[in-house]
Write a protein that binds this ligand. Structure first.
Ligand code: ZN
Ligand code: ZN
Length: 412
């Protein structure tokens, strides 16, 4: 680690932001981390900051790209229907005991692009099913959680294929540090300011109480009905354990819950979707009664259709999010091949599970009430980008009147 291309000071600031802004870890709270083994320098730095903040116990689970590929190359066929359910049950128990959750992303986004799509889909499905008890606690926001990124070499190679290895990793590190707002003198203060701006946008949208959003642009004429009693969120928010945290670093979006039965029209993706090792490009889908009835893609169509067949809710929307085209991530021009970043470059929708917190008084609604108000449920939650500088968005009121929300990708 003597001459890592990743600036150790900025990496340490990212670790500090993850603990103080992302998690807002409380004294005595335990922390569960998952990370690629390449992110070891960031894990160590986060662990140090977590204990300084008074963490009780920090436990990290690592994954390794070589080990994942070894499974695809050598494992018996039935392996691809297996998942470590015992691990996820343990995670769920940890969250019940108020353990905070931190996920570090940094894997090669195209790691599995050369593998058998059917096996990838089976493994993902087995994993999603096994993960559900733990994922529900995160999706329901029971505890404070956070995702940050480490600029691993295998990821950097994919994002900057024309650069040398050192330059590529430096370039990805710079892009991550800028997007995560840690390349400034006081990152914690910068995040306070950013959170306040996102809170103002959410408050405006909550005041409007639109019944639908209407997206128009090249290849897109889509009406997204909003769930009854939906609530917009953005930036920091408060988990059920009372801790106010910033789940995503970076984040530029304000988002809410669409009505699972009230989405009509067609929509085209504006950026490729990197889904668990496969790149899905030029997605074009048509909705009827909230359900995707037609789906095409110029690349990765097979994977897309497998995703849509995961379960009934996989064909319906669980999130709609607004991001101005001028967001720092969009302006960087970098395609990160990672949803955490790319979704923050553009307005997006998500297939699958909704967030219960995106309802008024969401913390106290039962799953049946959420469903009755239009909230979708699924094993998956997959964001894909539908915004650009050519997309306009109107807010539609219950009486049919309209309010411009975005014009050419910017707040109207
Ligand atoms: Zn989103
Ligand atoms: Zn999402």
């Amino acid at each position: 680690m003597t001459s890592s291309p990743v600036d150790p000071q900025k990496l340490d600031k990212l670790a500090e932001v993850a603990v103080k802004v992302g998690l807002r870890l409380e004294k005595g709270q335990d922390l569960l981390i998952t990370a690629p083994i390449a992110a070891l320098p960031l894990v160590r730095s986060i662990t140090r900051h977590a204990y300084k903040a008074g963490a009780g116990l920090v436990t990290t689970f690592y994954n390794d790209e070589e080990a994942t590929l070894a499974r695809y190359a050598n494992a018996p066929d039935e392996s691809f229907d297996r998942a470590a359910g015992w691990l996820y049950e343990g995670m769920a128990r940890a969250f019940e005991a108020n353990t905070a959750r931190l996920a570090i992303v940094g894997d090669n986004p195209l790691l599995l692009s050369g593998e058998d799509a059917a096996k990838v889909a089976r493994a993902n499905r087995a994993n999603s099913t096994a993960y559900k008890p733990a994922l529900e606690k995160i999706a329901n926001f029971d505890v404070n959680w956070n995702i940050v990124s480490y600029p691993s070499l295998s990821w950097a190679r994919q994002v900057f294929p024309d650069l040398g290895e050192i330059e590529a990793q430096q370039a990805l590190a710079d892009a991550i540090f800028a997007a995560s707002r840690v390349d400034v003198a006081d990152p914690v203060a910068a995040w306070e300011e950013h959170n306040a701006a996102l809170a103002r946008r959410s408050a405006w949208l909550n005041g409007q109480r639109f019944s639908a959003l209407h997206f128009t642009g090249p290849g897109t004429d889509l009406t997204v009905g909003l769930a009854d009693g939906h609530e917009w969120h953005g930036g920091q928010s408060t988990a059920k354990n009372g801790i106010t945290c910033n789940p995503n670093i970076p984040t530029e979006e304000v988002f809410t819950t669409p009505h699972a039965l009230r989405v009509e029209g067609h929509v085209s993706s504006t950026k490729p979707l990197s889904h668990q090792g496969t790149l899905i490009e030029d997605i074009r889908v048509r909705f009827e009664g909230g359900r995707i009835v037609e789906a095409q893609a110029s690349r990765g169509a097979e994977v897309l259709n497998k995703v849509l067949d995961t379960d009934e809710g996989a064909r319906r929307l669980g999130e709609v999010a607004l991001v101005p085209h001028s967001s720092p991530i969009s302006k960087s021009g970098v395609l990160f091949l990672n949803t955490l970043f790319d979704e923050n470059a553009s307005c997006h929708i998500a297939l699958g599970q909704c967030y219960s917190k995106c309802f008024v008084d969401g913390a106290h609604l039962t799953p049946e009430q959420i469903k009755a108000q239009g909230g979708n449920s699924s094993l998956i939650h997959i964001d894909w980008m539908i915004g650009s500088d050519k997309v306009d968005i109107d807010g539609v009121n219950a009486d049919g009147s309209r309010v411009p929300v975005m014009r050419k990708g910017e707040w109207a």
